[in-house]
Design a protein around this ligand. Sequence first.
Ligand code: WT7
Length: 645
Amino acid sequence: MSYPFKINSLEQYYEDYKNATDNPEAFWANVADNFYWRKKWDKVLDWNFSEPKVEWFAGAKLNITENCIDRHLEKFSDKPAIIWEPNNPDERTRVVTYARLHKRVCQVAQMLKNNGVKKGDRVCIYMGMVPELTYAVLGCARIGAIHSVIFGGFSAQSIADRLDDANADFIITCDGSYRGDKIIPLKDVIDNALVGNKTIKKVIVYTRTRTSVSMIKGRDVWWEDEMDIAEDQVEKNGVVSFPAEEMDAEDPLFILYTSGSTGKPKGVVHTCAGYMIWTTYTFVNMLNYNQGDIHFCTADIGWITGHSYIVYGPLAAGGTSLMFEGIPTFPNAGRFWDIIDKHQVNILYTAPTALRSLMSFGDAPLLGKNLSSLKTLGTVGEPINEEAWHWYDDNIGKNKCPIIDTWWQTETGGTLIANLAGITPSKPSWATLPMPGVQPIIVDEKGDEVTKLDDQGMIKGNLCIKAPWPGILRTTWGDHERCRLNYFATYPNLYFTGDGAMKDAEGNFRITGRVDDVLNISGHRIGTAEVENAINMHTGVVESAVVGYPHDIKGQGIYAFVIYNGHHGDENQRRQDISLTVAKIIGAIAKPDKIQFVSGLPKTRSGKIMRRILRKIAEGETENLGDTTTLLDPDVVAEISKGRV
Ligand code: WT7
């Protein structure tokens, strides 16, 4: 497969950027011509950010799985679509060709149909990183069911909230999943999530760990049994088929929940055509993907990075996507490098937090590992510090591979700002230039564009985007007003990212981090309000305030100030109980790194917690805590500062 929309030179980047800005409809129609449509569009783009309303390729009919699979079958049926590397290196690698992927996805679609799933139904997927997870995602897309993948680290309560919000009808899960030397009992978590649930009709359970599970007659069925039945239905005389549902361009493809500044995660909705084009276009261009390259994205499919750059982008491009079940440090810190050596990986796309963690093991895990197949290195999810950037460049890329720093969000569907590997220049810790079709601007508090360089030669402020690109979110599930308020109301006629940024005189962007109350813990997004709600669920807790602080490996850590009124246990016992409460309400990823017990919180006379002060204390600042005169009780600040943990 060739990619006529691939950018091959710096000049072409500037030319394409200009064309996509000046005439987006013609530009994206041209890109869209490289995909398979049942019927082409009536109108390329219709939008306003005030409702907001964004429609790309309205009137077009397609099914994304025909683009990710069927259209590759003629030439690439034997080509690996997915290479799967298990958690335990002693277990067998699995190579899934496009022909095999087609068969499995048809089977899943048939299995879902047999179990009553229809177009538009919401199917929750809670599985480990097994190939069957990809089959499940694509099987949903094939029959037009809306998938909602939930990361395997979320608790029963988090799942219950998400099932409820989406009014989900079906679940696909595993008995358990392997994670390093641990087994996570996924089906057991689902059972707990389903206590009191009234909407779920069926739970399909794939066997991975042979962990014992309870199976409720009439509700729970085994994946293997159902897939056997489906196999006979989709395969006749050696020919496999399951007709893909014809979808409108703007029909929802999936929901993915993500945290914001309120206590309740929101369901970001992406639609079929625009998302497909954006993920494919950005995948090929930012990573400089060429036919035959082996692409290893280390994310989990439970997050947007996995959706866009393990499943949809690489497969729509007819690529080979390496899917890894385990963690970077099991059985040892050489695991990534072994995988790259073993499969001759060409592209590594990972998170700064993983690099920082691997860096701390020194050179030993790299000894004897042949990494010469690597051509492109990428990072995603959080700002990358210069030290990690240079370690990546020196030790992994041996100064021969371009490093791309890709900035984007669950809401943006795919990358918005990144250097293009080997095409546009890189700058350590800078995401650099916007993709064609992306018009970022930096605004001040009032929403006015900042145009004047400061004395360091920079423009600084809040990052917004002026016009829609094909992959922008369309709504938040069940609550369009929430989508408007969250992203389109802060500054009129702009999409507000929630990030702060700076821009240099050459137009390069550096993302400096969230300006709202959202934390980025190891590249995972968690709202401070969410963590506070969970801490406050603990019987002994009166009130709490959560802030982020710089953490060497995770990027940010969670620091909780807690007013406690119970009698149970000593301080450490209480800390553990509070952590366990958070793990039950959200999941282990949201456990506070530090808990400080305090007698009061710094509040204004109107009762608002002054997080600015708490942030400074958490960062270790004792002197310049800023103006505390407006506080109800200024003395509390000195006490908190003294008791820092
Ligand atoms: C937030 C989005 C992008 C998919 C994974 C995370 C931060 C993301 C970068 C980067 C600096 C980054 C931002 C953004 N972020 N990539 N290259 N440099 N910050 O998706 O969970 O929706 O989080 O992650 O703060 O807003 P997400």
